[in-house]
Design a protein around this ligand. Sequence first.
Ligand SMILES: Nc1ncnc2c1ncn2[C@@H]1O[C@H](COP(=O)(O)OP(=O)(O)OP(=O)(O)O)[C@@H](O)[C@H]1O
Ligand SMILES: [Mg+2]
Length: 335
Amino acid sequence: MDSVKWIVFYGLFTWIPGIKSFLDIGSVGTAVLAGIYTAYKPVKCYFKECCPADWAHLDATALREDLQTRVFGQDLAIDVIMKHLRAHMTKDPTRALALSFHGGTGTGKNHVSRIIAEGLYQEGMRSKYVHFISATKEFPHVYQVPLYKDKLKELVENSVKDCERSLFIFDEIDKMPPGLIDTLTPYLDFNEHLSGTDYRKAIFLFLSNTAGKEIFHYTLEHQFSRERIGLNEMEQLISKVTVNTNSNGMYLSDVIIKHLITAFVPFLPLKRKHVKKCIKDYLVARNYNKRDSVPEEIVQKIMRELIFFPDDTQIFSVTGCKRVPDKVDYVMYDG
Ligand SMILES: Nc1ncnc2c1ncn2[C@@H]1O[C@H](COP(=O)(O)OP(=O)(O)OP(=O)(O)O)[C@@H](O)[C@H]1O
Ligand SMILES: [Mg+2]
């Protein structure tokens, strides 16, 4: 019996270093594997876009700078957007971010949405986590609202299940059939989880011309102090029009009644100096001119093709920067 004990004891003794080195190899191996995995994830995401696990990669200062250099005359909008984006970028936002962009044609609502998408996602507007929904294209018929509701619900639920930090851009929401937007109510509210999915990290942008006319007239009344127009007065104006105009997709909707819009963002009419900047940008982008050598007489010629308002002072562009590409190409082609 003693000899058996001795053999076991001896065996253990001789094997312990082996076991120990095995364990060492094991822990080194585990650490190596963990290292490879942690390195693999960003490498994998470098080649193929991943859903952002957080917004740690986001450089808010760079996004603000990008907006400030590429968007003209919308300082108020940029300020509001950046403040809300930054507040939403925390680890646990209390609910989804819903920003409603309002303004006349060509003032930069789509342009700004595109820059935001580029700032937040590796693939920008092409990202599979960015969903652009054009109300006029996707939901043209009022009689098909029940079908659209199912489609919309499916889109939002599947997208957020796939990636909590999804971005939804609803364009021309004013042309959306009434009632349809209410499909979004549960996803915009303070619900922690809905059927196991957390919607609070998602971002919704709603773009419309609702209150565009009112913003235009208000800015016209304050034309000499446009730069001093404040957010409060604009928000009041927009929400009043949105609540009272029955020809917009948000009229009498729960989204408005339950105050689910985080902020109304005003896009003011563009002044002559802003349109000139759009013209210069476009001339350079199309290689008509180099940035530092755009002839003033060409800019003036293109400016004469555009319509400004009011008749006496001609301060604001009626179509913002929207018609700039057409007019530049027309004038440059004309020689
Ligand atoms: N404020 C701006 N600063 C710089 N460029 C602008 C601005 N507004 C518009 N643009 C230019 O004009 C183009 C058209 O603007 P955009 O599509 O963003 O207008 P919108 O506000 O969405 O108009 P609409 O109400 O007609 O849809 C943009 O692609 C951009 O090149
Ligand atoms: Mg637009």
